[in-house]
Design a protein around this ligand. Structure first.
Ligand code: FES
Ligand code: FES
Length: 198
């Protein structure tokens, strides 16, 4: 005889449990991905869910790119993929087969600073430094984007060459948050590099 507290789950509930198990199994699959990071080719076996940021930091020990929010809101993880800046926390490593990735370690180093890195030092454009790698990568990209004529939200005349104003720089750097509030000196550093190359 069936005990009074016996629970017979409805058929749909059993089915959803089985689907959950299938989904977990599919999610745990791994892939091999090959890409170039800072001029060096890497082939990695990765869980499909691994972000590019975690791949750089945890698998390649390139810890210059920082994890601030892990949600695309702070810019601390900014790197270049095929020359374009992206948030490395918002993209999966397996999406970058064959890509060329440049992190802050590939931008420059102590013995050979990139002009933007040198300007950040000269202008005292950081305090704790946590956001700085992302700021520098974005700052370099901003100048390239303006030179290439890519408009921003504050560009007034879409037919004329883009003026390198503080408003343009601020708008284009707005995805990079600095909790130390070093914005004024970051702006000076970017203007310093822009003037040196004008
Ligand atoms: S860690 Fe990627 S945007 Fe914040
Ligand atoms: S220098 Fe500290 S968060 Fe920007």
């Amino acid at each position: 005889m069936t005990p009074p507290n016996h629970f017979e789950p409805p058929r749909d509930a059993v089915r959803s449990v089985d689907l959950g198990a299938e989904a977990r199994s599919a999610n745990s699959e791994h892939s091999t991905v090959t890409f170039v990071v800072n001029g060096q080719q890497h082939q990695l076996e990765l869980d499909n869910r691994t972000t590019l940021l975690d791949t750089l930091r945890e698998h390649l020990a390139l810890t210059g790119s920082k994890k601030g929010c892990d949600h695309g809101q702070c810019g601390a993880c900014t790197v270049f993929v095929n020359g374009t800046r992206i948030n490395a926390c918002l993209t999966l490593a397996v999406m970058h087969e064959g890509d060329e990735i440049t992190t802050i370690e590939g931008v420059g180093h102590e013995a050979h600073l990139d002009p933007m890195q040198a300007a950040f030092v000269e202008q005292d454009a950081f305090q704790c430094g946590y956001c700085t790698p992302g700021q520098i990568c974005s700052a370099k990209a901003v100048l390239e984007e303006i030179r290439a004529g890519l408009p921003s939200h504050v560009t007034q005349d879409l037919d004329a060459p883009i003026e390198l104003t503080d408003a343009e720089i601020r708008e284009r750097m707005s995805g990079n948050i600095c909790r130390c509030g070093a914005y004024a000196n970051i702006l000076k550093a970017i203007n310093q590099v822009a003037e040196a190359h004008s």
